[in-house]
Design a protein around this ligand. Structure first.
Ligand code: FAD
Length: 551
């Protein structure tokens, strides 16, 4: 191989794609699943980051610019999110309102880069007519606009494109060591192990890119370097999930310590986020706590009280691989990105990608690949901003798709959202086997043909991986109605014993319950425990799953 990329988050998948497009032979290793880390657990915004304008305008500029590029290459994956930022009355608040107006005037200048709308100043009456659920005696609100995205789909699309351009994907396979040549310190090979089968191997390579996000210091250690050579300031963020869109506007508010938080309509649900706390725990098992949930819900309820009577259906958590800085308050850390060349650390041809954002991943990948292009003397520039990602080449009408395929219009809409023009490949499956139009997950909804297509084409190995790609089981029922069927399909398609499919389903249910229980009251939590126990006994599976689920 010319390059081994370690880490299948958005940055690793982005580099694998760019480097393959420029003609390098590439292998991408991901220890868990594509988008398992921060990329699949973010706030899901391809935004400009208005907040960064005050201390890092360069990041706002690059995020807005790359957001525009991402829209061009994956238009099917983006959706507009209008924001309301209400301001309460009070002398200081009145002045603050005018300052905010001036601030957003500056932000407006960046909006054309991402096809954003300029901000609007709304009176209190206008705010209430748009969203009657907003509480407080208001001066008014600023409205501005951002783009949402499914980060997991973005990772998958980049990895698939890389594969179609010749890259080898090793998903669920962890790099255990980077062998280096004595003397020069250059990489020779990576040693790896499949975490499901236990099979191990070795792959020779000329260069290594460490794109492991918050794991970067650990990965530096695997290459025999000091962890501090690829230092990050890991910032844990959690979200609470609600089972529907509680508002069609994202509403920003503040938590008890003054931190900005938001209630965001995202796909067909609502998320409340997010926290930002230094994190030193297990990166393979990041979970929201009930304290973090209460902190967010308390802040959200202050601006949107009815959130307290809405039904939380879960939580998720991720760790930001933020650029290292000592002594800074987490919120004020730079969201910029950096390519580290480890030659000064005695390891030429090994590079680490630190920091960044989903919104500027493509640019970060381009910066990294420019370094590789120079190393390999390629003289080829990136075209990742003009070449569509898989499915992004043309629009498909979901209603026509629904009619032709004989599936429900909502299911069709969701398939087209996730797969763009590749939805037609799912349609072809249905044309050959009409019974695959049957719904597997009613909450999202997801049909059987999509599950089978994804298992064959997108490298999932477990029910949880299918959920990441299709959102199956991530809705209100938490997988209770669909995980077992999905497990059967995964087992059939991958040639696994049927019992393995059931084990995977049960493991998924236990994981979902664990993420849900911290957002529930004690009575609901008891009900959930009973439901899970009965699901396990129906599937004939025992307590050993507890250990597996937390592996
Ligand atoms: C709560 C939260 C909210 C956010 N919101 C936004 C937002 O709205 N918009 C935005 O633009 N950005 C947002 N971000 C930031 C953004 O998500 C991250 O900057 C970005 O996803 C980082 O991508 P990455 O590829 O570097 O890391 P990750 O996505 O974390 O990927 C690293 C991968 O490396 C793998 N790995 C680790 N070790 C190994 C090994 N030895 N072998 C093989 N694989 C390995 C891991 O399994 C993991 O999948 C948010 C982040 C968080 C946590």
């Amino acid at each position: 191989m010319d390059v081994v990329v370690i880490g299948g988050g958005v940055n690793g998948a982005g580099v694998a794609r760019d480097a393959s497009m420029r003609g390098l032979s590439v292998a991408l290793f991901e220890r868990n699943d594509l988008a398992f880390g921060a990329s699949g657990n973010s706030s899901g915004m391809i935004h400009g980051g208005a907040r960064y304008l005050t201390y890092d305008p360069h990041v706002t500029e690059t995020s807005c610019r790359d957001s525009g590029n991402i829209q061009a290459i994956a238009p099917h994956l983006l959706f507009r999110i209008p924001f309301l930022m209400p301001v309460r009355k009070g002398i200081a608040k009145n002045i603050y309102f005018h300052l905010l107006d001036a601030f957003f005037e500056t932000y407006d200048r960046y909006q054309p880069l991402k096809r954003g709308k300029t901000h609007a100043v709304l009176s209190a009456d206008e705010v209430r007519s748009l969203e009657p659920g907003i509480a407080g005696d208001l001066v008014g609100a600023m409205s501005f606009d951002e783009w949402g995205i499914d980060g997991a789909r973005l990772c998958v699309a980049n990895a698939l494109d890389a594969k179609e351009r010749g890259a080898k994907l090793f998903i669920g396979v962890t790099v255990e060591a980077v062998e280096r040549r004595e003397g020069s310190g250059e990489p020779v090979a990576v040693r790896y192990r499949d975490r499901l089968t236990g099979a191990s191997g070795r792959l020779t390579t000329t260069a290594v890119v460490n794109a492991t996000g918050a794991w970067s210091p650990i990965t530096a250690g695997l290459a025999g370097m000091r962890p501090a050579n690829a230092r990050v300031r890991p910032g844990k963020g959690i979200h609470v999930i609600y089972d529907r869109r509680l508002s069609n506007y994202a509403i920003s508010g503040s938590a008890i310590d003054g931190r900005q938080i938001f209630i965001e309509p995202w796909q067909n649900m609502t998320i409340v986020g997010t926290t930002d706390d230094d994190y030193y725990g297990d990166l393979d098992d990041v979970r929201a706590t009930s304290e973090e949930v209460r902190y967010l819900v308390q802040g959200a309820a202050r601006v949107f009280p009815s959130i307290r009577s809405a039904r939380p259906i879960g939580t998720y958590a991720g760790v930001r691989p933020t650029l290292y800085s000592w002594g800074k308050y987490e919120d004020n850390l730079s969201r910029d990105h950096q390519v580290i060349d480890h030659a000064p650390h005695g390891a030429p041809n090994i590079y680490s990608m630190i920091g960044g954002k989903l919104a500027s991943y493509r640019l970060f990948a381009e910066d990294m690949t420019d370094v590789l292009a120079q190393r390999f003397d390629l003289g080829v520039h990136a075209t990742t901003h003009t070449s569509p990602l898989p499915g992004g080449d043309r629009a498909v009408d979901p209603f026509a798709f629904a009619e032709r395929a004989g599936v429900d219009a909502v299911a069709a809409r969701r398939i087209v959202y996730r797969h763009g023009s590749r939805a037609e490949r799912i349609e072809e499956r249905i044309a050959r086997r009409p019974r695959e139009a049957v719904t597997v997950c009613a909450c999202e909804p997801v049909i059987e043909a999509e599950v089978r297509y994804v298992v064959r084409e997108e490298h999932p190995r477990t029910v949880a991986d299918v959920a990441r790609r299709t959102r199956l089981g991530l809705g209100a029922c938490g997988g209770m109605r669909c995980a077992a069927r999905c497990g059967q399909i995964v087992a059939e398609e991958l040639g696994l014993p049927p019992r393995e499919g059931l084990r995977q389903a049960a493991r998924f249910l236990v994981q979902r319950a664990g993420a849900r229980v911290v957002a529930l009251g004690p009575d609901q939590a008891r009900q959930e425990a009973l439901a899970i126990a009965s699901a396990r006994s129906e599937l004939g599976l025992g307590d050993d799953l507890d250990d597996e689920a937390s592996e």
